[in-house]
Design a protein around this ligand. Structure first.
Ligand code: FAD
Ligand code: COA
Length: 404
């Protein structure tokens, strides 16, 4: 049975469609949409009921994401990050205090920012240099994070860092809940929003560089401190849910593009008849429709799946497969839809121009298609595909400094 919020999302998506060009052109965050998502219960719908959410499954969220993404990919990204990724890591690995702190912010409209990437550690996320060094009952955070979605508007940040003990020896990569509200001008000392990228698409979403200079974080905000040795893998397991969400955004954008193409094919006449009568376009449309269906099934399978060992999160390979296929499919489908519009598709009179720019990101952000193919190949072959020559190890430079 469909979650009731799916039809709510469908209704809201009409307003999102009207306003989408505004956020795109003005490069402003869609606060009005966020207000509507929060009022409807979509923000944080996956948060368990005891923390004020609806306990919705990742599959339920995925259906909502598709409806929103059909008209506004920017808003769909907010739905994903308010239910999957960072917040799902807190709900899965957090203790009561951490969950009780984060849930109300998300339910009220905050889209947590997940801070993994650094200027010199993109695909090679395990090369990150951000450190959190223990000092009494606090950690001192230092480092730079790049391409942080929502940087400058988000309040909750899940920051991945190398956790060092008081002597400077590395214990593993851990995730810290860091609260900073740059809009409300409330931020801990040393928290800096350095710059914002001028992106090709999804222009209403800030993609920012954040710098932490001796930011103090109480030790109680470290997720799952007892399992730091496996901390990175655990955090990435939670991140699989965000990959599923990103895949569903692609399905939604492609399904939206298909609808526009259908409309135009029936409306536009050339050679005295609707262009829908030309078999060249009919076959393109049939392929687009089939590809969207195939991707949707892969995403649904991934959203239902769970990783090994009683994991709360989608299976790594299924999530990778869904995002790989859906992102490449959506770029092709949106491009073909634009082609069907002829010159009109190239103009901002039609949403396809924006959708074409928006969809391009999804083979890059959240794990590139090359990285995802490597993970899938590893699973098919049954081998480890660590790209770090000796597997993930403590940072040798930090270890040298600690030993001195
Ligand atoms: P690089 O890793 O430098 O890769 C360059 C090229 O080399 C790519 O084609 C890549 O596929 C290829 N490559 C690299 N290693 C290999 C390999 N081993 N085998 C084969 N090919 C390889 N990060 C966050 O932490 N939080 C966010 O909120 C966030 N949001 C983002 C939003 C957007 C719009 C974008 C574009 C990025 C975002 N990112 C975010 C960063 C994103 O996750 C990285 O861009 C991504 O992981 C790739 O890293 P990179 O850009 O540094 O590319
Ligand atoms: N789900 C579950 N576990 C995962 C995982 C995932 N998606 N990705 C990696 N892991 C685990 C590995 O199984 C391994 O666990 P182990 O130590 O128990 O064997 C551990 O994490 C390290 O992975 P490995 O592949 O050995 O690391 P690497 O040093 O070669 O780094 C990654 C590769 C994981 C960083 C790279 O594959 C990747 O995903 N890069 C993209 C980063 C990204 O998505 N950023 C998005 C920012 S928003």
């Amino acid at each position: 049975m469909q979650h009731p919020l799916v039809s709510v999302a469908k209704d809201l998506a009409r307003g999102f469609e009207t306003r989408a060009p505004k956020w795109d052109k003005s490069r402003t965050y869609c606060w009005q949409n966020v207000g509507e998502l929060a009022a409807s219960g979509i923000m944080g719908m996956s948060i368990p009921k005891e923390y004020g959410g609806q306990g919705a499954s990742f599959l339920d969220v995925a259906f909502v994401v598709e409806e929103v993404a059909r008209t506004c990919a920017l808003t769909a990204r907010i739905v994903v990050e308010a239910n999957m990724g960072g917040i799902s890591a807190v709900m899965g690995y957090g203790n009561h205090e951490q969950k009780a702190f984060c849930a109300p912010h998300v339910l009220a409209g905050d889209k947590p920012a997940i801070c993994i990437t650094e200027p010199d550690a993109g695909s090679a996320a395990t090369d990150m240099r951000t450190t959190a060094r223990k000092q009494g009952r606090k950690y001192i955070l230092n480092g730079t994070k790049h391409w942080i979605t929502g940087g400058g508007v988000s309040k909750l940040h899940l920051v991945f860092a190398r956790v060092l003990d008081e002597a400077g020896f590395e214990k593993g990569i851990g995730g810290f809940i860091l609260f900073a509200d740059p809009v409300g001008k409330i931020a801990p000392a040393g928290f800096n929003v350095v710059s914002r990228e001028r992106t090709m698409g999804l222009c209403g979403m800030p993609e920012a560089e954040l710098r932490f200079d001796d930011v103090e974080i109480d030790e109680k905000w470290l997720l799952n401190p007892a399992n730091l040795k496996h901390g990175f893998a655990d955090l990435m397991s939670a991140y699989n849910s965000q990959r599923v969400g990103a895949a569903m955004i692609c399905v939604g954008i492609a399904a939206g593009a298909l609808e526009h193409a259908k409309r135009y094919l029936l409306e536009r006449k050339q050679f005295g008849r609707p262009i829908a009568e030309f078999q060249g376009l009919q076959w393109m449309l049939a392929d687009m429709d089939t590809q969207v269906h195939a991707a949707r099934l892969l995403v649904q399978e991934a959203a239902r799946s769970r990783g090994p060992g009683g994991s709360l999160y989608p299976d790594m390979t299924m999530a990778a497969r869904a995002k790989l296929f859906a992102s490449e499919m959506a770029i092709k489908v949106v491009s073909d839809a634009l082609q069907m519009f002829g010159a009109r598709g190239y103009s901002d009179k039609e949403p396809l121009e924006r959708m074409y720019r928006d969809v391009r990101m999804f083979t890059i952000g959240g794990g590139t298609t090359q990285i995802l193919r490597t993970q899938i190949a590893g699973s098919v072959l049954g081998i480890k595909t660590s790209q770090t020559r000796d597997g993930y190890l403590p940072d040798p430079e930090l270890m040298r400094q600690a030993a001195e």
